[in-house]
Design a protein. Structure first.
Length: 237
């Protein structure tokens, strides 16, 4: 073998030995950090509800029960959720804090959130204070990165980690609203504030097991299909 061929072989072997672990690391990074966030399951929501009250738990459930994006949640000030006497019935995020900055969005405050907010808000908080106020600076909200890190840490206590992030809250809101509305995707689009229903569809993940179960129900409930007369594979008619 010529020296050029030998050098080529060595170069290819060396590059392969280096690229394989690098490719594996890239795949793992994409899976852990770049893959779409998933919604929480009902069991996971119940587990989170059972955790001691904390600001992070309040933030997480606010996202699940309002459908606001994390940036919109962090824009909340005490006056948005508290009228000076008690928790408001509704919360409004003004247009300048919304993603598209076209219109405000108002959502009712679920009784669960009302109780959590009452417990979480500091007694001496000013109406101009941020609800999820950072410990750094004079009066500013926690950062998106801090919110994501805190939520992941809280969920990890219950063994919840796979594809979970701040966007999981909004996806969970979409899933719960879809089920509560009798699978009305238009209602979900309205609830999320989407313009196009195609965007809403991306929020609704369907588990493969559920699809299989629905398929079986469809076949068994269809009176026009006689399952006893279905031809087995390999049997000619």
């Amino acid at each position: 073998m010529s020296s050029n061929a030998t050098n080529s072989t060595l170069t290819w072997t060396q590059s392969t030995s280096i690229s394989r672990p690098l490719a594996f690391l890239c795949l793992m990074y994409n899976y852990l950090y770049m893959s779409p966030r998933r919604p929480f399951s009902n069991a996971e929501i119940a587990a989170i509800q059972g955790l001691p009250t904390s600001r992070t738990k309040t933030l997480l459930l606010c996202g699940i029960l309002t459908g606001y994006r994390i940036s919109e949640l962090l824009s909340w000030k005490v006056s948005d959720v508290h009228n000076g006497i008690s928790i408001r019935e509704k919360v409004t995020v003004e247009a300048q804090h919304m993603k598209n900055q076209t219109a405000p969005r108002t959502v009712i405050i679920h009784p669960i959130l009302s109780n959590l907010l009452s417990t979480t808000l500091r007694p001496n908080a000013s109406q101009s204070d941020y609800v999820f106020k950072s410990r750094e600076g004079t009066n500013q909200p926690i950062t998106l990165d801090t919110a994501n890190r805190n939520i992941k840490s809280l969920c990890a206590r219950e063994g919840i980690s796979d594809r979970i992030g701040t966007h999981s809250m909004r996806k969970t809101y979409a899933r719960l609203l879809y089920a509560a509305s009798g699978n009305d995707i238009i209602a979900v689009r309205e609830g999320l504030g989407h313009r196009d229903v195609k965007t809403t569809q991306k929020y609704l993940e369907v588990e493969k097991g559920r699809v299989d179960a629905l398929m079986m129900m469809m076949l068994c409930s269809n009176s026009e299909i006689d399952m006893n007369r279905v031809v087995s594979p390999g049997v000619s008619r």
